[in-house]
Design a protein around this ligand. Structure first.
Ligand SMILES: *Cc1c(COP(=O)(O)O)cnc(C)c1O
Length: 412
């Protein structure tokens, strides 16, 4: 069995033991081989994302272009002085330049960024949040719960659908008010439509309390200077780090692996005194990222700064492929596979970014539900069904994987 699956012996013994405990004959082939192969499929491995969800949280969000070399790196070592340095300095500096912020730092994910900001700047004090932004983002990130963990006290302002500047100033004027921050949260994975109103950062910044904007998605600059054309239509309305800070936010927080297209990380950028207070807080040590994350973020930041991000960051490659290119690939794929037809499709950015918007796309459609068969391919292909057909959306597939798709379709 070990030979058949090339799994370590100890793992095979464990699988056999579990099978015997369930009444099976330990080494009865081929059931044992089947068990080993099944176990193999529980291991982390590369897959082909043909769902059309470009940032698929179950598939690791942004595919990562930058790997850490198998060598020591100067994560916390100052090469000039030969003394201990700060792991935040290099990457923090580049990210600050990107967002036009005074300073920036990196933690493990977006949730950690919000937690640290609240703990460092508002422990034991009040934080104003619009009732329309007291949201759950998915995967257990709930604004009231994070607030509670941080030691800050949530003060709800306004209503679910409409919150005006006056609602915030009324809360600030209360007798017992001890407001440390105003937190503005991007509702990310949903959108309220109709009779709605929220208060933009620029208005909140006129009040006498620092405004923290949790923009979540990690769009660095609404003008997308790294793209050759204008910003794509599907990005309209998505808050951006640079513009939020320019509008007067004291800090922004966002994820590294959403629209930024990098590794799992959380970024805090803005006023230097506030970023330093976050760095000095004891939680910062518990939430600090590893060198491999910092290295990848550094390379990513450099690619944005020299405007090569559109060609080297997988997310922006996927997002900016033209419909014509996708159609050419789809037709080629269908003729190579001898099965399927080319159809129009709608991809989405995913990971709660730009909710409600779609990116026009092209898919190969095959009749029936073929999801299980495609998942069994090597590498596994993750697709979706629509109206009784299986769709392979090419926008989320790297062109170098088209051959795998053709082979898997031909084998169906
Ligand atoms: C995604 C998101 C988070 C959580 O970020 P993670 O990197 O998933 O921890 C927090 N706030 C907002 C607004 C988000 O969109």
């Amino acid at each position: 069995m070990a030979a058949a699956s090339d799994l370590p012996h100890a793992v095979c013994v464990e699988l056999a033991r579990a099978a015997v405990a369930n009444g099976a004959q330990a080494y009865a082939e081929p059931a044992a081989v089947e068990r080993a192969l099944q176990f193999r499929r529980t291991l982390l491995s590369p897959v082909i994302n043909a769902t059309g969800v470009l940032l698929h949280t179950n598939l690791g969000r942004a595919p990562l272009a930058f790997a850490h070399p198998p060598q020591a790196i100067n994560v916390e070592f100052d090469l000039s002085s030969g003394e201990r340095g700060s792991r935040q300095q290099a990457v923090g500096g580049l990210l600050a330049t990107l967002c036009a912020a005074e300073a920036a730092m990196v933690v493990n994910n977006g949730a950690a960024a919000v937690l640290l900001v609240l703990a460092a700047l508002a422990d034991g004090r009040q934080v104003l949040v619009s009732r329309g932004e007291s949201v759950e983002i998915g995967g257990g990130f709930r604004v009231p719960d994070v607030m509670e963990q941080s030691g800050a006290q949530l003060v709800d302002v306004g209503t679910t659908n409409r919150t005006r500047l006056g609602d915030y100033s009324k809360a600030l004027a209360r007798k017992a008010a001890d407001v440390a921050l105003i937190l503005k949260v991007h509702p990310s994975n949903y959108r309220i439509e109709g009779f709605v109103e929220d208060t933009p950062v620029a208005q909140l910044a006129t009040l006498d309390v620092p405004v923290v904007a949790d923009i979540g998605s990690g769009l660095i600059d609404a003008n997308c200077p790294w793209l050759s054309g204008p910003p794509p239509a599907w990005l309209a309305g998505e808050p951006a780090a640079r513009q939020s800070l320019a509008a007067g936010a004291a800090l922004v927080t966002f994820s590294g692996d959403k629209l930024l297209g990098g590794p799992q990380a959380g970024i805090i950028a803005g006023r230097a005194d506030l970023v330093s207070a976050c760095m000095r807080h004891p939680l910062a040590r518990a939430l600090r990222p590893g060198g491999h994350v910092l290295f990848a973020l550094q390379q990513l930041a450099l690619s944005y700064l020299d405007r090569t991000a559109a060609t080297v960051v997988p997310f922006w490659q996927m997002a900016s492929s033209s419909i014509d290119d996708l159609a050419v690939r789809a037709h080629r794929l269908v003729s190579a596979a001898g099965i399927g037809e080319v159809v129009a499709s709608e991809a989405i950015p995913g990971a709660g970014s730009a909710p409600g918007t779609v990116i026009p796309s092209v898919a190969v459609s095959v009749a029936g539900d073929r999801l299980a068969g495609l998942r069994a391919a090597v590498p596994p292909i993750i697709a979706r069904t629509r109206d009784g057909a299986t769709l392979l959306d090419l926008r989320s597939v790297h062109p170098s994987d088209d051959g795998h798709l053709a082979a898997a379709l031909a084998a169906l």
